[in-house]
Design a protein around this ligand. Structure first.
Ligand SMILES: [Zn+2]
Length: 269
């Protein structure tokens, strides 16, 4: 079974059929190291749904929309660049385990550093989830979510992906305003916003709604449970008992999709 094989929320069967027939979903499952249908042809084991896009990997539809948006942003003096696109299960697992072992800084909801040794396992899980997704549950696995910055104002090596960079006066403030006004014209929206998402606000994270809306509907917490059970993930004993809550709060709870991007059906569509 794949992580996206079992729709759980209000849905539309024709959309699911369209997705099942898209070998990108199989690529998604394979690239996330998940068990999958036995009848997969070897040709479908290639992640051919991904394409290079300004230094990252994105789905073809997302890359095309991104390139069009980049051209439009450039005419307004913004050098829209991606700094993170598709991310594998293994990469997310490394990020998670490093944070869980105290090898990467831990920040609270106000971006203030926390002392690793002061936290119980439950608190550690909740803290990591403020800023990092569970492996298998990251929107970056989907290839249609992108972290962006303005390369006209700062070098990627200086970029920290913190709110102050995107707030008024920050190097990416103009980009942030531009995205709020124009991203929807190209199919993108910002899923992580103050008070609207379980994940902390990420003004750098944009999502290509025509694909991510359907993928979120296909997401299965049951499949995620199985995947995590089979992998060597730190804090597993603290994660699995509350996985349903984690998925509801950190995966499904996102900012509303702009009206112009909504599909004709479903609660998020
Ligand atoms: Zn992101």
């Amino acid at each position: 079974m794949s992580i996206i094989s079992a729709p759980e929320s209000g849905d539309n069967s024709s959309n699911h059929e369209a997705l099942r027939s898209d070998h990108r979903l199989y690529g998604l499952a394979i690239n996330n190291n998940l068990a999958m249908n036995n009848d997969l042809s070897p040709a479908l084991t290639e992640p051919s749904w991904l394409t290079p896009c300004f230094g990252v990997q994105l789905s073809k539809a997302c890359a095309q929309a991104f390139s069009t948006m980049k051209t439009s942003a450039a005419s307004d003096g913004i050098d829209l660049m991606p700094c993170s696109g598709y991310r594998s299960f293994e990469r997310q697992l490394t990020i998670w385990n490093n944070k869980a072992r105290g090898l990467r800084p831990l920040l609270d909801a106000n971006e203030q550093p926390l002392n690793y040794c002061d936290l119980t396992d439950d608190e550690l899980v909740d803290t990591i989830l403020l800023w990092s997704a569970l492996p298998g549950a990251s929107r970056h696995h989907w290839g249609c979510d992108v972290d962006v910055y303005d390369a006209a104002t700062l070098d990627v090596k200086q970029l920290q992906l913190v709110q102050s960079e995107y707030n008024a006066g920050g190097p990416c403030a103009k980009l942030s305003e531009w995205l709020a006004q124009h991203a929807h014209e190209f199919g993108f929206f910002l899923p992580f916003q103050q008070g609207l998402s379980g994940v902390s606000p990420e003004p750098w994270h944009i999502s290509y709604a025509p694909e991510s809306t359907l993928l979120l509907r296909q997401f299965s917490s049951h499949a995620l449970y199985q995947v995590l059970s089979q992998h060597d993930i730190c804090l597993k004993a603290a994660i699995l008992p509350k996985l349903e809550h984690i998925v509801a709060h950190y995966v499904r709870k996102i900012a509303p999709i702009p009206a112009s991007l909504r599909l004709n059906n479903g609660p998020n569509g």
